[in-house]
Design a binder for this molecule. Sequence first.
Ligand SMILES: [Zn+2]
Length: 77
Amino acid sequence: MAINFDDYPCEFCGKKSTNVVFAAFVCGDPECIEKARLARGGPGGHMKRKAEGRPIIPDELMEEIDEKQQESISKIQ
Ligand SMILES: [Zn+2]
């Protein structure tokens, strides 16, 4: 299936997209490509996390969960 880029504006500046990077339509502007990269959580993004066997949850959230787990563990001890 061919992608008609005319149908998909850049997700970050709204200009005509020319690329699909990190599962986002972007124009050729390196700034937009960088934004797309950051929006997907860096190189590989969630796919990398998946490959590493890690949950697809942001680290901040994981830390919060860890703290709660440690709390309940210390209550048991
Ligand atoms: Zn753009």
